[in-house]
Ligand binder design. Sequence first.
Ligand code: FE2
Ligand code: FE2
Length: 208
Amino acid sequence: MNLDHIIVEFDRALKTLFVKKNEIINFDKNKDFSSRQMSSHDEKLSASLMRVNHSGEVCAQALYAGQRLMAEKTSVRELFSKAMEEEASHLNLTGRRLGELGARPSSFDPVFYSVAVFIGVLAGSFGDKWSLGFVHETEKQVEKHLDEYIARLPERDTRSRSILGKMKEDEMKHADNAIHAGGTPLPLPMKLFMATGARIMKKISYRI
Ligand SMILES: [Fe+2]
Ligand SMILES: [Fe+2]
């Protein structure tokens, strides 16, 4: 870890949290009509679910940033950088979708980011093997979560559903890549601790 890396990560944190998401992402843009046919109840439900997913992607940026700072091997740092590019696209997709649904990101995102970057640094401090194991477990839990949220979305919200479907594909790839790069499976108490943390984040961002 050196000062340059810390400055880069700090800049990224500010962009994740405060820059207006005006990047145009060429994703399914011709199919953006589903929300117009949704009831206000359904639109509210979609907004709550997508706010959770957006906060999840804020956390993904922070976890990877923390872990990248601590990465021992260049190949691992590069793997994290590559994953972060895709996570940034998830962040933008969920952020834009929230806007389309007339909702705002969670007010707790700066708190989530700060906690997650600390956890990322901590995970990274145990070495690449464990850090990659942490990525694998995180992405596996995210994959499960996405399945659950895809099922909970209102039937007519095909746009949000296709965004989550695309994200799931990427998260599965991130999990596989982490194991192939030498990740070690985490012990059960650690997995449960991570799931509990995610549950708290989801409870808060669903509402606020
Ligand atoms: Fe993601
Ligand atoms: Fe991911």
